[in-house]
Design a protein around this ligand. Sequence first.
Ligand SMILES: O=C(O)c1cc(C(=O)O)c2c(n1)C(=O)C(=O)c1cc(C(=O)O)[nH]c1-2
Ligand SMILES: [Ca+2]
Length: 683
Amino acid sequence: ALSLAAACGSQKSGGEASTPDWKRATAYYYTGTKITAENAAQLGVAWEFNDFVVRGRTHRGVESTPIVVDGTMYFTGPWSVVYALDAKTGAQKWQYDPEVDGQFARRTCCDAVNRGVDVADGVVYVATLDGHLAAVDAASGKELWKVDTITDRTRSYAITGAPRVSGKTVVIGNGGAEMGVRGYASAYDRKTGKLVWRFFTVPGAGPDEHPEVAEARKTWSKASRWDLGGGGTVWDSIVYDPDSNIVYLGTGNGMPHPLWSRSPGGGDNLYLSSIVAVNADTGRKVWHYQTTPEDSWDYTATQNMVLADIEFGGKARKVIMQAPKNGFFYVLDRVTGELLSAEKFTTVTWAERVDLKSGRPVITEQSDYSKETKLVWPSEAGGHNWPPMAYSEKTGLVYIPVLQAPMTFQMYDQPYKPYSGIQGSIASFPAFGAFGKGGANSEEAFPGQPKPRFDAVLTAWNPKTGKIAWTSSELPFWSGGVMATASGLVMQGSADGYLTVYDGISGKVLHRINVGTGIMAAPMSYEIDGEQYVAVNAGFGGALNVAYPPGAVAAERENHERLIVFKIGGKAPELPPLREKIAFTDPPAKYRGDAEAVKRGGALYGAYCGRCHGGKDGMGGYPNLWKMAPETHDAFDAIVLEGVFVDAGMAGFADILSKADARDIHAFLAQPAPSQSAHSGLH
Ligand SMILES: O=C(O)c1cc(C(=O)O)c2c(n1)C(=O)C(=O)c1cc(C(=O)O)[nH]c1-2
Ligand SMILES: [Ca+2]
């Protein structure tokens, strides 16, 4: 079976796929060596694909890493559309559009994104934003089967992750912990699409479906808010090891965020923020390791997991490595689950350290925001989010796209409401003025705490010593995924629109290419007819679509989806046009309201609109509602209640908001003077 391995080194010259190396399936490591430190400076554009299906929709983030099999490149764009291209010329062979209803954007925390396909035995597997899993013929793009993976359509599930071929099955999870869902992963027969097993990651309101749920329930309090879903979503990383026939599931944060609101009285709350190893045929648990017991900070352990066979402590070990949001780098024996190493790869204040004997973190006072606002490192965005880290067999180092920022965490007194941005806490970036209270960014603001910052670096990590080998210079906040090659190179895109080539040992920058579009996805490489190519998807969005951080090129230039392929001797990239700046205009006076209406509207905006539309001064991928044109003001109710822009991803809210609610939100937005800044955060 060809797997993501195809993305990272199974492609031989001549377009023949060699036996895939499953160990590299999630290592983002390419075994070819034609692009080297000596010729990297001559990398330029071979071809580009920018014909993403958009229809009436707004531009969204692109998060998938392509897979190349037998000369064809497969990848996804926003709204779960699959593209198949000739990998040499870029000519499109087919596209598969699951035609997801635009209303599903309302069900996501973080944009209508998709993290790619898996390919095996002539079949392409893709999961869709509206919760389906589809098998598509790799040659024709014709749908072979499609199943609904969602157990409860009253809840706000959406799928952004890639499925994973795991032996006879294909495994998929879903997202929505911020939106009040209960996490699980499902395995389907690859041929028929029949459900083989389902693993719930947290207990539910009903009877326990399988023994692991009963075991997990003991770690939740009796008063737990099962009605709110619990979280624990498997929204990104799923890895398969054919040697042991184990599937590794990375699970997400709790819902509501604060432990004391979710499970009053405490408890570890299994299997939140865990790596769960299950048998691929039966779905029964083999072992689990919880990275963040008592999660209150959105510390998902869904980040990509690298399988490698390395020498550790003088012994040959089959390991699994992960750098989850919580800031610790974990090395575990992937057969037994034994914890081998857990060291901080970035600034961490929620825990002092991880005790290797018990495997438990030593959680600090500083992390407890139940009574007062606290500054906690890392932020809800994590020390590392979904942009994949890479492991190089050549250098023995792991290259982590690190996010460097803390957040202030405080309690939010409103009860959870479906589809709202209310998750029991408010978290803000103090060093990012648009979100912070006055943009406080000083030592004095948080005495005794590391000074807030808001940027990113590429960190080369030695998994054997648990130490940093080198760090890159600072990059704008939010990182691009990473690829390492057997010629010792490391490549990473960034929010400022550059693709950078590093020397993997020294960290020296060998080449920087300005493509003018923010890059979040990890690059991949392949060889055809003796020539090595590097492919990367560009298009900024995801969680950061709510507000572009300082330095993001998306604030400056049109942010259209692009797949860019490079080769030695290629052309200089064409930069997208500059963005038209829209000024604030005085809204029509007839939509204003009294102080009470404005206050009420502001709270509703914070709960239902701010999740995407952000704050007054912020600029992101969604329209700034303080800058609406007069015609938009006139159509406000039709948009907000009736959903006339549903194709664009703006669903109607008539099921949640009344006419009076819409009128007050409108009044809040129609104030001529600077209005109170609405709550908006990162989820
Ligand atoms: O807990 C969840 O269910 C869930 C889902 C997703 C998602 O599906 O995209 C994200 C997150 N959480 C999350 O915490 C997060 O930081 C995040 C970033 C992104 C993105 O695509 O940029 N998605 C998500
Ligand atoms: Ca989350």
